[in-house]
Design a protein around this ligand. Structure first.
Ligand code: GLC
Length: 740
C-alpha cells in the first residue's frame, strides 16, 4: 500500500519557486509609480483599467470586436485574458512595451482553476483530500506551467461556499464548510503566489467571486442572492478573508446581486467589508461584463452610470464590459469621478506590474525553453496522479470487492470508461485530451497481462439509446468483476451548467440495473462535478467510488485505488442529497424549535424522505477500519484564557495501512443567536499502519467558540458546549464542557 510521499513532491517543486528575483512583494514602488503616473494622460490611465479577452477560448460573450493589438498599441488595454503561450504573449507584450508611448507592460491572465496543461482533479475533488500540502502543491504546479506560458495571473481560487448541488459551479469550489474552505483557500493562494511574485514561476491569485455567489436561488447560475448579513459573514466571507490574509493579490467580484444590489456596485460588500473592515488594498477585477450587467440588473441606466457605480465602488478593472473605456473619461470631465479615484485604481494595477517584475523584464514569463521543459513533465504528471488518488472518496464497499485482487477478467463498461475530455472536467485551461489516461487505459495498464480487460460503452451519458446495453451485458457476463463508469459529462457542471435533476443522466441507471441482473460483482465508478442523488445506487450497488473528474492522470489514479496501490482516504466536502427536494441539505444546519424526531408529526421532517443527507459532509470509507475511542478532555471547564485539550485514540483495526481525516466539531448549546448543531473546528489527516493506534489531540480555546453577529462583531458566550470527534460529521457522540 502506497504511503503518501508528499514531501518529496513538494520539495522538488518549491525548489524551482525559489529561483526568482528579490522579495519584490515586500518592496515599495511608490516612487516609481508616482513618476510614471505623472507622465500618464487620463486616457492612458483609463486604458490600464480595461481588460479584454483573446478570441482563443472566450469564457463569456465577446462584445469588443476590434483587434487587441490595435488597442494595445493605442494604450487602451492594461491587462489581457485568454491569450496564452510564451511566443504569443511575447509578441503582444512587445507591442505594449515597444510601440506605445510609455511602454507599460501588460499582465496576461487565464482561468487556471485546476492546472494549466497538466490538469489536476477539479477543485471540488481536490478538496475531498483534506490535504493542504498536496492541494498547495497542485496549485504550485499549475503556476509553474502557466507562468512558463507567458501568464502572470490566474482567476483562482474560486472560494464560493455552496450548499446547492444544482449549481454547476460547485465543481470549482471547496464545498459547504467555511472552516475547511478557508484552509483550502489559503493553500491555493500560497500555491499560486509562492513567496515572491517577481519569481518567473509564480502568478497572481484571484479570490472569487466576491461574494455570496454560491447562494444563487434554485442553484441557477447568476440568479438572485438574498441572505442575511449574519449568514453572509458566517458562511460566505470566511474563505475570502482567509485568501486576503494569505496575501491574495486580487479579488474578482461576482455576477449576483446581494440583497438588492449587484456585487460590482455593492458598497456594503466592497467598500465597507473588503476595503474598510479588512483593510485589503489589492486589485478588484469585475467578472466578465459584470460592470455592464448592472444595466439588466436594473440599477444602471446605461454604461456610463454602470461605470460610475463600479469605479465609485473601487472596482479597479472592467473585464470585457467596455464601460470604463467608453465612459470614464467623460465622467471625469463632468466632475462625477475625480482623477484621484482613477489614480487609486491605476496605482494598484501598476503596483502589481512592478511586483511581478514586469518593468524590470517584461519578457521574463515568455520563455519558450522553460515552457517546453516544465509543461506536462513527468514530475507534474506524478503530482497530478498523487492529487487525484487522494481526491477519490470510497462511498460503499459492503462486500470488500475492493481492492481488486487478481481477477482473471474485468469488464469496464459505461460512457465514462474511455472518455478523455470528460476526465479533464470544466475549466480545463489548456488541458489536452490526447494526454489523458482514461479509466479504461489505467485499468488495462495496472491489471497486468494475466487479466483480460474488456470494454463496452453501453450507452451515452445522455439520451435514450439503449442499443449498447446488450454488448455491455455480454461483457459483464463473461467477466469476474464489472467496473461501471457512469456519471456526468464534463460540460454538465461548471459555469452556466446547472441541473434541476441530479440523478445519473440519460439511461445510465437502466444500464446499471441490467448489469446488476447479471449477478456479477459491480464497482460503480462515478465521474461527476457535483453531488448526485444516488438513493437507488446506494441501496442496490455494494461498491461505489466517487472519482469526480480527476484530470490528466485520472485512469492511473483510479487504478492505483482499485488495485490497492493506494488506500482511498477522501472525505466528502459537500453533502449528497437523497433527492432534489431535500436541497439545501447540509451538515451544519440549525437545531430549530422542533428538531427532527422519528415517528413524530410536529417536528422538522418530510413525510416522503429523510431529513439527513444520503452521504454527509466529512464522510468517506477506507479499505481498512478506523476505530475511535471516546474523546477525553484535559478539563470540562474552560475559564477565560484557558485551553482545553481534547484527545482521542484512533486505531487502524483493519487489514490495510491507510490515512484518515480525524474531524473535530463543536456545538454551542445556547448563544445570542441560534447556532448550528455542529461546526467543523479542526481536522488532522493521519497515517496509521494496520494495527497501529495514535492519540490525536486538538487544542480548544475561546477562538473555537466564537461566532459573528450581523454587524460583524465577533462574540462568544459562557455556557455549555458539545464536542465531537470522528471520521465523518454524522454518527458522533458528544462530550460536554463548560465555558465560564
Ligand atoms: C467567467 C467566470 C469567472 C472567470 C471569468 C474569466 O464568466 O464567472 O469565474 O474568471 O469569466 O474567464
Amino acid at each position: 500500500m502506497m504511503k503518501p510521499h508528499k514531501i518529496l513532491w513538494l520539495g522538488c517543486c518549491l525548489a524551482v519557486a525559489g529561483c526568482g528575483g528579490d522579495k519584490s512583494s515586500a518592496r515599495n514602488y511608490d516612487k516609481e509609480i508616482d513618476q510614471l503616473m505623472d507622465r500618464m494622460t487620463l486616457a492612458e490611465k483609463i486604458g490600464q483599467m480595461n481588460q479584454v479577452s483573446g478570441k482563443s477560448n472566450p469564457t463569456g460573450v465577446l462584445k469588443q470586436y476590434s483587434s487587441i493589438e490595435g488597442r494595445v498599441r493605442e494604450g487602451k488595454i492594461g491587462t489581457v485574458l485568454n491569450v496564452t503561450g510564451a511566443a504569443t504573449t511575447r509578441e503582444l507584450q512587445r507591442i505594449a512595451v515597444e510601440e506605445t508611448r510609455l511602454g507599460i507592460p501588460l499582465i496576461f491572465a487565464l482561468d487556471v482553476i485546476h492546472g494549466y496543461k497538466t490538469i489536476s482533479p477539479v477543485p471540488l475533488a481536490e478538496s475531498c483530500s483534506w490535504d493542504m500540502e498536496t492541494i498547495e502543491a497542485s496549485a504550485r504546479m499549475a503556476a509553474v506551467e502557466a507562468s512558463a506560458a507567458g501568464l502572470q495571473w490566474t482567476f483562482a481560487p474560486m472560494v464560493d461556499i455552496a450548499r446547492d448541488p444544482r449549481w454547476g459551479r460547485v465543481m470549482e469550489g471547496a464545498g459547504e464548510d467555511p472552516y475547511l474552505g478557508s484552509h483550502i483557500a489559503r493553500a491555493r493562494v500560497r500555491g499560486f503566489q509562492g513567496d515572491d511574485l517577481s519569481a518567473p514561476n509564480t502568478i497572481l491569485a484571484c479570490a472569487k467571486h466576491f461574494a455570496g455567489y454560491g447562494a444563487s436561488e434554485g442553484g441557477r447560475d447568476y440568479n438572485t442572492v438574498d441572505i442575511s448579513d449574519q449568514r453572509l459573514r458566517e458562511l460566505y466571507l470566511p474563505p475570502f478573508k482567509a485568501a486576503a490574509d494569505a496575501g491574495a493579490a486580487t479579488f474578482m467580484n461576482s455576477f449576483n446581486e446581494l440583497s438588492g444590489v449587484p456585487a460590482t456596485g455593492n458598497r456594503f460588500l466592497v467598500k465597507q467589508i473588503l476595503r474598510n473592515e479588512w483593510g485589503w488594498d489589492g486589485v478588484i477585477v469585475s467578472d466578465w461584463g459584470s460592470v455592464a450587467e448592472m444595466i439588466p440588473h436594473g440599477i444602471a441606466e446605461d454604461k456610463k452610470q454602470a461605470a460610475l457605480l463600479a469605479v465609485k465602488n473601487e472596482c479597479d478593472i472592467d473585464m470585457e464590459g467596455n464601460c470604463y473605456p467608453s465612459s470614464l473619461e467623460e465622467l471625469v470631465k463632468e466632475g462625477k469621478v475625480s482623477e484621484k479615484e482613477i489614480d487609486r485604481s491605476v496605482r494598484r494595477i501598476l503596483r502589481l506590474k512592478y511586483e511581478l517584475g514586469l518593468f524590470d523584464d517584461p519578457y521574463r514569463y515568455c520563455d519558450e525553453q522553460r515552457e517546453k521543459e516544465v509543461t506536462l513533465s513527468a514530475a507534474h504528471r506524478e503530482a497530478a496522479r498523487d492529487m487525484a488518488r487522494k481526491s477519490i472518496v470510497l462511498l460503499e464497499n459492503r462486500k470488500s470487492v475492493l481492492p481488486l485482487g487478481k481477477p482473471r477478467s474485468i469488464a469496464v463498461v459505461g460512457p465514462l470508461a474511455d472518455s478523455p475530455v470528460d476526465m479533464l472536467g470544466e475549466w480545463r485551461a489548456k488541458g489536452d485530451p490526447k494526454e489523458v489516461v482514461t479509466i479504461l487505459r489505467g485499468i488495462e495498464k495496472t491489471a497486468g497481462a494475466g487479466t483480460r480487460v474488456t470494454h463496452a460503452k453501453g450507452c451515452d451519458v445522455t439520451g435514450s439509446d439503449r442499443s449498447g446495453f446488450a454488448e455491455a451485458v455480454r461483457a459483464a457476463r463473461s467477466a469476474d468483476v464489472v467496473i461501471a463508469c457512469l456519471g456526468e459529462s464534463a460540460d454538465m457542471s461548471g459555469e452556466g451548467y446547472c441541473r434541476s435533476e441530479l440523478g445519473l443522466p440519460g439511461v445510465q441507471q437502466e444500464l446499471l440495473k441490467e448489469l446488476k441482473k447479471t449477478g456479477k460483482p459491480i464497482v460503480l465508478l462515478l465521474s461527476n462535478g457535483r453531488p448526485l442523488t444516488l438513493a437507488w445506487e446506494k441501496e442496490n450497488i455494494e461498491t461505489i467510488v466517487e472519482t469526480w473528474f480527476l484530470g490528466t492522470e485520472a485512469g492511473n489514479a483510479v487504478a492505483d485505488v482499485l488495485f490497492g496501490k493506494y488506500n482511498p482516504s477522501g472525505k466528502l466536502v459537500m453533502s449528497f442529497p437523497y433527492n432534489v427536494g431535500q436541497i439545501p441539505v447540509y451538515y451544519n444546519h440549525k437545531h430549530t424549535g422542533r428538531p427532527f424526531e422519528p415517528n413524530q408529526r410536529y417536528v422538522m421532517h418530510y413525510i416522503d424522505a429523510p431529513v439527513d443527507a444520503l452521504y454527509p459532509f466529512g464522510y468517506g470509507l477506507s479499505y481498512t477500519r478506523f476505530e475511535y475511542g471516546e474523546p477525553t478532555l484535559s478539563s470540562d471547564r474552560m475559564a477565560a484564557g484557558d485551553t482545553i485539550t481534547a484527545t482521542v485514540k484512533v486505531t487502524n483495526a483493519g487489514d490495510y495501512d491507510g490515512e484518515e481525516v480525524v474531524q473535530l466539531y463543536i456545538r454551542d448549546l445556547k448563544a445570542q443567536i441560534t447556532r448550528p448543531v455542529k461546526e467543523l473546528k479542526g481536522f488532522r489527516k493521519i497515517f496509521l499502519k494496520k494495527g497501529e493506534s495514535a492519540d490525536v489531540t486538538f487544542d480548544i480555546t475561546r477562538a473555537e467558540l466564537e461566532y459573528v453577529l450581523a454587524d460583524g462583531s465577533v462574540v462568544s458566550d459562557p455556557g455549555e458546549f458539545e464536542l465531537f470527534i470522528g471520521g465523518s460529521s454524522a454518527g458522533l457522540q458528544p462530550v460536554r464542557f463548560s465555558a465560564l
